[in-house]
Design a binder for this molecule. Structure first.
Ligand code: GLN
Length: 259
């Protein structure tokens, strides 16, 4: 049976706002098409051989958790950068996205070095950017949920994942969201992201299947429920006093809290 191996970075520590749902989506969309999926957990301090990984996923987490995971990730940085050069698809959400940039400075002003897959630098601020988010991307309009105090600035030449239509994305001013380097995608969108955005899920799967097994196209699935879910999320206000349905513009709601 044709099989894909998915490396899941620190599944216990980096898993916020439904991030695990992305793994479930990838596995299910493979199985529904008759492929086999194996999820391999990358655990802090334990050896892991990435050479068998066809797809890499990392979720979000608190600043404090990111300090420890960042140290571990940096030990694997060379291997992961090589995978990106080799075209391995990756999806890095929020906390993982920040650690795949050059550096992340926490709200407490601790500098966590990143592995530099993305030309991006993140600084924690006293505001949180919270709520449902809509982003126009090469994979269509993506709907997710953001909740971060880190503000990410892309270096000149670093491609963003897309343009924000509702919410904030990378920071409170640029109107850009996420980053793409090769087949690696970084984003602030939790929710989880992939169940509501099947085109993105299939893009990641097809990249992995074509690289490993020469698969050229994916059998279409019935995504009516997925699209309905996305529409419902897009129609929700961003917060208790946020703007109403599909107020597809910024700014929305800034939460002033100590992070
Ligand atoms: N949801 C997350 O992964 C949060 C990441 C980071 N701690 C921030 O708030 O910016």
């Amino acid at each position: 049976m044709t099989k894909l191996r998915i490396a899941h970075l620190y599944p216990r520590e980096l898993n916020t706002y439904g991030d695990l749902g992305n793994i479930i989506t990838l596995v299910k969309r493979l199985e529904w098409r008759g492929y086999e999926a194996e999820v391999l957990n990358v655990e802090r301090g334990e050896p892991f051989d990435f050479s068998g990984a066809d797809l890499v996923f990392g979720g979000g987490g608190q600043d404090s958790v990111q300090v420890a995971m960042g140290e571990d990730l940096c030990r694997r940085g060379e291997e992961l950068r090589q995978l990106v050069s080799d075209g391995v698809p990756m999806l890095l959400i929020c906390g993982s996205y920040q650690l795949f940039g050059r550096a992340f400075t926490t709200v407490a002003r601790r500098v966590v070095p990143g592995i530099g897959v993305f030309g991006a630098e993140t600084t924690g601020s006293s505001r949180r950017l919270v709520g449902n988010i809509a982003v126009d991307s090469p994979f269509g309009r993506l709907i997710g949920f953001e909740n971060h105090s880190g503000e990410t600035v892309l270096e000149p030449g670093q491609a963003a994942l897309g343009t924000v239509r509702m919410g904030f994305g990378n920071n409170s001013t640029s109107g850009k969201e996420g980053a793409i380097s090769g087949n690696a995608i970084g984003t602030y969108m939790h929710g989880p992201l992939l169940p509501k955005n099947p085109a993105l899920a299939d893009h990641l799967l097809l990249s992995a299947l074509s690289r490993r097994h020469g698969v050229e196209e994916l059998e279409p699935l019935n995504d009516e429920l997925e699209h309905l879910t996305a529409r419902v999320a897009a129609s929700r206000p961003r917060g208790p006093s946020g703007r109403g349905p599909a107020a597809l513009h910024r700014p929305n709601r800034l939460h002033h809290t100590a992070s």
